[in-house]
Design a protein around this ligand. Structure first.
Ligand SMILES: *[C@@H]1O[C@H](CO)[C@@H](O)[C@H](O)[C@H]1NC(C)=O
Ligand SMILES: *[C@@H]1O[C@H](CO)[C@@H](O)[C@H](O)[C@H]1NC(C)=O
Ligand SMILES: *[C@@H]1O[C@H](CO)[C@@H](O)[C@H](O)[C@H]1NC(C)=O
Ligand SMILES: *[C@@H]1O[C@H](CO)[C@@H](O)[C@H](O)[C@H]1NC(C)=O
Length: 556
């Protein structure tokens, strides 16, 4: 059988060669399988689908295939597949979309997988089953019916779906090299670890679209997923999928200011009670209101404060975004917000910050920054000592399984499925005029964990107070600063004026109308001149210098 598949694969050439019929297209647009193709659970669904395959195709059970044979089968289907169908899946964010852009990309992934599986035989069966599922999906959903008929005529053998329950992929392994490779395979087999779990649209999440809710991390044993390249200890980083499992007062984090493990002021923490010893009625779930404003009643800064952590993309850390891992050098920026708004119905969030400059710019006047995220675009508006700057961006960081990638604000119920660890006496940084470390406000809070995220709620106010993710940041919400609505909806108006053509502003990656455009920027020479002057002359007279910069410039 392998020989037949390989011979067919060699005779086919084009990638995406077949033409879809009206019926094919209709089926691709249909999101729910027809009743005849459904089953109560994974196993009965597989049996139902296998019955259909047995009726029309020459088949072999999954366990009779080697990985290479399955890959050859998939390569053959890929070469004959219909690009029309892929387009429909892609534009409707359908789970059937092929994950890689080319057959070469798939082949490269398969080679890597085969090497890892060869070394770790316990991974063979989960990989074989994952391949069978994928191969059948491609056979059924990526070929035009006409092409399927043609291949049937050539006696092509099709794999059947495994009918047992899904095999657990990862197994406890203490050798770090083995664990790393196991994890590479397991991530591919179980799920692509994705920002979409929390940053897809709320509507998709509410419809329970696949991939829009976090899977169960407790079924995995090989975390942290990125291998914890910064070697942070268990106080700074403890992920839900790592072994041994995280305990109270682990993974609590603090105010971080650099990549080395010690570049952090860990918050104090004492265990009060384990989950089983806390009356569940007193525990508030870590949910955000669907609409809120966080602002101190006295109008001062700090109802909401955070440290933003993300990959370093410019030497001054002016613009950076949280990413899905900690594999690159990172920027750390602590800031207080005057106000933060959120409205999940509008898929919108905004925070207005004052930024205390660190490092090179510590002696400079504060800068203000407003970060607005509406639908899949983020606008960062900075006031740099009098120079207005707008950065238009796609905050997805291109992390997704099916490009083009989009990242929306977090679901209001992102943490609905978080694991409850118990109650701690822990320092809440910054709020109510407190500091960090020993000066933080000591509170009794309930600690939850979801993958690399840790969140705390207050049993008194029943509010979410603190959130920490070692490579994304620290967030603090003053329990007294909440208002469960946004009074003036215009705070979310977008694109912001400053990001459009015709204003005295430096626009980075914005088109004339203020929408994200990866290749368009204007007036960047103003920013260059400002930074040059700041670096050569220090803070002295920087605002006067800034105010003169526009005089010689024609505004575009
Ligand atoms: C396909 O298989 C059938 C029976 O197994 C055989 O009779 C037929 O000749 C084969 N056709 C081709 C094109 O190989
Ligand atoms: C982890 O490192 C931090 C930062 O240096 C330190 O404060 C903390 O005590 C360490 N935790 C453990 C368990 O050693
Ligand atoms: C910067 O902001 C902080 C907090 O808002 C304030 O205490 C400080 O005085 C400001 N510094 C300057 C130079 O404006
Ligand atoms: C982060 O996202 C990239 C791109 O989607 C992906 O290749 C990588 O595996 C992800 N990292 C983790 C730790 O999941």
């Amino acid at each position: 059988m392998a020989r037949l598949v390989l011979a067919l694969a060699a005779s086919a050439v084009a990638w995406g060669a077949s033409v879809a019929s009206v019926e094919d297209v209709q089926r691709a647009r249909t999101k729910k399988p027809r009743d005849a193709y459904r089953g109560a659970d994974q196993a009965s669904m597989s049996r139902t689908l296998n019955a259909h395959l047995l009726a029309s195709d020459k088949t072999l059970p999954c366990e009779r295939w080697t990985l290479e044979e399955l890959q050859a089968f998939m390569a053959l289907v890929a070469e004959q597949r219909s690009e029309d169908l892929q387009q429909i899946y892609r534009t409707t964010m359908d789970r059937r979309t092929l994950r890689a852009e080319s057959l070469a990309a798939f082949r490269a992934q398969w080679q890597q997988l085969n090497r890892a599986v060869a070394k770790h035989p316990h991974l063979h069966q989960p990989q074989q089953e994952a391949h069978c599922r994928e191969a059948v999906m491609w056979w059924v959903h990526h070929l035009a019916e006409e092409k399927r008929q043609e291949l049937r005529g050539r006696n092509l053998t099709v794999p059947l779906l495994p009918e047992g329950s899904k095999k657990p992929c990862a197994q406890l392994n203490t050798d770090p090299e083995v664990a790393k490779e196991t994890q590479q395979v397991c991530v591919g087999v179980n799920e692509a670890n994705s920002c979409d779990w929390c940053h897809s649209t709320q509507a998709d999440h509410d419809k329970r679209r696949p991939g829009t809710s976090p899977p169960d991390a407790l079924k995995k044993f090989t975390g942290p997923d990125d291998g914890n390249p910064q070697k942070w200890n268990r106080t700074r980083r403890c992920d839900q999928d790592q072994m041994p499992r995280c305990q109270l007062c682990e993974g609590v984090g603090g105010m971080a200011f650099g990549d080395p493990n010690d570049d952090i002021i860990i918050t104090p923490c004492e265990v009060v009670a384990k989950a089983e010893d806390v009356d569940p009625k007193t525990v508030a779930k870590p949910l955000y209101p669907k609409q809120f404003t966080i602002k101190r009643k006295d109008g001062k800064q700090g109802g909401y404060s955070d440290t933003l952590i993300g990959w370093k993309t410019d030497p001054f850390c002016f613009g950076f975004f949280p990413q899905n891992d900690s594999t690159k050098p990172m920027c750390y920026r602590s800031e207080d917000a005057l106000v933060k708004y959120y409205d999940i119905e509008k898929e919108a969030e905004r925070a207005d910050y004052t930024i205390h400059n660190g490092g090179l710019f510590a002696a400079f006047p504060n800068i203000t920054s407003s970060i607005l995220h509406v639908q899949e675009t983020m606008w960062i508006q900075n006031d740099l000592w009098g120079i207005k700057q707008c950065i238009c961006s796609n905050p997805s960081g291109n992390h997704c399984t099916n490009p083009p990638c989009k990242a929306y604000v977090q679901h209001w119920d992102t943490f609905a499925g978080a694991q409850y660890l118990g109650r701690e006496k822990i320092g809440a940084e910054w709020i109510q005029n407190h500091g960090v470390g020993k000066s933080a406000k000591m509170m009794e809070l309930d600690h939850f964990i979801l993958w690399a995220h840790h969140v705390w709620t207050d049993p008194q106010s029943r509010r979410l107070v603190r959130a920490w993710k070692p490579f994304n940041g620290l967030q603090l919400y003053d329990p007294e600063a909440w208002l469960d609505k946004v009074e003036d909806p215009s705070v979310f108006d977008s694109p912001p004026e400053m990001c459009k053509k015709g204003h005295r502003s430096v626009r980075i990656n914005c088109d004339d109308d203020g929408h994200y455009h990866p290749k368009k920027s204007e007036n960047t020479h103003i920013l260059d001149a400002l930074l040059k002057r700041a670096l050569s002359n220090g803070p002295e007279g920087i605002s006067e210098f800034a105010s003169q910069l526009w005089e010689a410039t024609v505004v575009v």
